[in-house]
Design a protein around this ligand. Structure first.
Ligand code: GRF
Length: 207
């Protein structure tokens, strides 16, 4: 299973996937890493692990079309089976979503459908959970569609929100849970318990 990962900043979820591939917890390989941010730690982590990595931005490629064409060529070149958005703050191009139909997943640091949608990323999410006084938060892994955080939810894990919790402590707690959970869910995908889209679309260029 070749997994391409998109990440904008720190890339600790990416690191969890790389480590799980390297220590044999999952029978998979991170085949390529993409980031819209040339300074991201995610690109450094990929380089350190010997994984081909690409800074993809319209500044480099001139237009969204040219950038997406480049991404598609690289995904194809690396024989990508599945795409994981792990802290990727850009929308993935429609042409990529079409070709990798039901093969693109995102990890979100809350229990969707609550605390999702445009602007709901990073600390914004955790601050909203604390402000709502919810007793439980968690992690959601869902399929990616054109709309932010709206695709089919494939797995969720919960974490308890303590009475003393701050947005910062909750962020740390959720991120730690993510590092195990993303690996558990990738395992379920590999074992076919969470189905992937028809592989015919990979050959034909989309539906
Ligand atoms: C995670 O909390 C993930 O749920 C969200 O972005 C964060 C990425 O963290 N989509 P990192 O860059 O992998 O450390």
């Amino acid at each position: 299973m070749n997994i391409a990962v998109f990440s904008s900043h720190n890339g600790s979820d990416l690191q969890a996937i790389i480590d799980a591939c390297n220590n044999g917890s999952i029978n998979a390989k991170v085949c390529a890493v993409f980031s819209n941010n040339s300074d991201s730690r995610a690109l450094i982590r990929a380089s350190e692990a010997g994984i081909d990595n690409y800074h993809v931005s319209t500044i480099v490629y001139g237009s969204n079309e040219a950038m997406n064409a480049f991404i598609l060529r690289q995904l194809d070149h690396h024989k990508t089976d599945m795409i994981f958005l792990a802290g990727y703050l850009k929308k993935l191009g429609v042409e990529i979503l079409k070709k990798y139909h039901n093969r693109v997943f995102n990890i979100h640091p809350a229990l969707l459908p609550k605390y999702g949608g445009q602007g709901m990323f990073g600390m914004n999410v955790h601050k909203a959970v604390i402000a709502s006084k919810d007793a439980v938060s968690g992690v959601t892994i869902h399929r990616v569609t054109e709309e932010y955080d709206a695709g089919e939810i494939v797995a969720q894990a919960t974490v308890e929100v303590s009475s003393w919790e701050t947005a910062e402590s909750l962020a740390e707690k959720v991120l730690n849970r993510e590092h195990q959970f993303i690996v558990e869910v990738i395992k379920e995908i590999i074992e076919g318990r969470i189905p992937l889209g028809d592989s015919a679309t990979l050959a034909t260029g989309g539906i």
